[in-house]
Design a protein around this ligand. Structure first.
Ligand SMILES: Cc1cc2nc3c(=O)[nH]c(=O)nc-3n(C[C@H](O)[C@H](O)[C@H](O)COP(=O)(O)OP(=O)(O)OC[C@H]3O[C@@H](n4cnc5c(N)ncnc54)[C@H](O)[C@@H]3O)c2cc1C
Length: 448
């Protein structure tokens, strides 16, 4: 195949948010141009993963999920489809008093560009995304296919799987998350994921199991000097609360708290008890009664260490590109999923606009559009993330005192970011590469 033939066989690695969104966007944008298009997603799990707890979707994430047809699927699921989040309220666990709120609605109660926030279980979001995939004719998902690496041979991209098989395609999109094999075994082996020093300790708690008053409307971040505890409803009937502590956790300790399917009953029981104790030590003295009740309950807390990918890593080669966390995992701050969706929509738009150009030019245009945005988001996430580390008494009092000002000062920037629409962004023009000038880019240069 010549380098200028549009990609027809596209392999996507990973059926997470980026992978599925990428398949849906590519199908929508490329099908009219490449009628025999075939997109295949390779996912290492045998079925959709039920782990990971709940996720907050910002107005931007909701807008993009609506454009992909996923929001309608979530809405069709009724109460399970998620809880509306009008604001994340902030409370001090020391005093029990409100500190401020991050509002997902304006003063009239309207969402930004029509969308508020939503907290939904990850598995529910995955099911809604899969429902859209099932009615998209040229997209197939193959489960139980773990990618070990890949290579470029004769203007094709080859994926190698753990079962000894391989697949040859015109283009590979690596959407395999923070520990991406496509990145570490192919595109940029030096860019290994790093532990952020912080972990999530999370559990789901039935609302009716709590007798004390729930102090938040839909979602709250309860801050203390021993980390923050996010508490949020995850269904529109408010029957379930997702609680996630964001805490400093030593890397050397992580293996002592990891639950594995192969462990014996006694080890699992010991880990559950230790995690409960960890929660009690940190938050049992909270002035908020329902927090005290949550940490005293028999909830099964699970540990999720949080990893990141240092900015500056390589994103692409000639026939392979990384999107989502595989390219730029950052400490989560309610917006990382939105970046994965933005990536998918923007990449599909650029590829379809310049589908007759060399892929290297398409990749270069995409990177020019995205690199600065995600790297500055990384810096912002890192700065906010550090606020959750363990602190001394005075430092934590200062943090609490500063928070209302910081929330207010960033309000305008935050709210204008929520108006972002990846389907309307002006696309850059590819710069012809030195060694591969397409007829189209040559003609374009001639006209100029
Ligand atoms: C604890 C925690 C809480 C978070 N909370 C939020 C939140 O509230 N809001 C928010 O916006 N973001 C949140 N994030 C971030 C968000 O989850 C990620 O940014 C988002 O999931 C990235 O999507 P992705 O598709 O790039 O990667 P992933 O969701 O990680 O998906 C990667 C997929 O690739 C598959 N895969 C991996 N390796 C291979 C392989 N070798 N072969 C084949 N398949 C493979 C995986 O099984 C998975 O299905 C949170 C992250 C963490 C860790």
């Amino acid at each position: 195949m010549s380098a200028l033939t549009p990609p027809r066989d596209i392999a996507i690695v990973g059926a997470g948010i980026a992978g599925i969104a990428c398949a849906l966007s590519l199908s929508r944008e490329l099908t009219p141009l490449v009628p025999d298009l075939q997109i295949t997603i390779y996912e290492r799990h045998d079925i959709l993963s039920t782990s990971g707890g709940a996720i907050n979707l910002t107005p931007v994430a909701q807008r993009h999920l609506a454009q992909l047809g996923v929001l309608d699927e979530l809405d069709r699921m009724g109460s399970e489809g998620g809880a509306d989040v009008e604001a994340i309220e902030l409370f001090s666990m020391r005093s029990g008093r409100p500190i401020g709120s991050i509002d997902f609605v304006d003063q009239k109660g309207n969402g930004f560009g029509g969308y508020k926030g939503r907290r939904v279980m990850r598995i529910v979001l995955s099911m809604a995304m899969m429902a859209v995939i099932e009615r998209t004719p040229n997209v197939e998902v193959v489960f139980g296919k773990k990618v070990l690496g890949g290579e470029e041979i004769n203007e094709k991209a080859v994926l190698h799987f753990s079962d000894g098989t391989e697949v040859i395609s015109d283009l590979v999109v690596g959407c395999d998350g923070v520990h991406s094999a496509v990145r570490t075994r192919w595109v940029d082996p030096d860019s290994v994921s790093q532990y952020t020093g912080m972990s999530f300790l999370q559990a789901t708690i039935p609302t009716k199991s709590l007798s004390s008053k729930i102090h938040f409307r839909s979602s709250a971040l309860n801050v203390s000097r021993h980390g923050s505890l996010l508490t949020s409803f995850i269904d529109s009937d408010h029957e379930q609360i997702f609680a996630a502590a964001i805490v400093q956790f030593d890397e050397a300790e992580l293996s002592n708290y990891r639950l594995d399917s192969g462990q014996d009953w006694a080890s699992k029981d010991r880990i559950r008890r230790d995690l409960r104790n960890e929660m009690r030590e940190r938050f049992a003295k909270s002035a908020l009664p329902c927090i005290r009740e949550m940490v005293d309950s028999k909830a099964d807390w699970m540990l999720y260490p949080v990893y990141q990918v240092q900015p500056g890593s390589r994103w692409c080669m000639n026939r392979v590109i990384l999107l989502g966390d595989a390219a730029h995992a950052m400490p989560p701050r309610d917006e990382s999923a939105a970046y994965a969706l933005d990536d998918a929509i923007l990449f599909a738009r650029i590829l379809s606009r310049y589908y007759q150009e060399p892929l290297t030019e398409v990749f270069e245009a995409y990177e020019r559009l995205r690199r600065e945005t995600v790297e500055s988001a990384f810096k912002e996430s890192r700065r906010m993330w550090d606020r959750n580390r363990d602190m001394g008494f005075l430092e934590s009092r200062l943090k609490e005192w500063m928070m209302p000002f910081q929330i207010r000062n960033r309000r305008e920037k935050r709210e204008s970011a929520w108006e972002f629409d990846a389907t309307k962004v002006l696309l850059p023009t590819p710069t012809p590469s030195e060694d591969m000038v397409s007829l189209n880019s040559f003609l374009r240069e001639e006209k100029v």
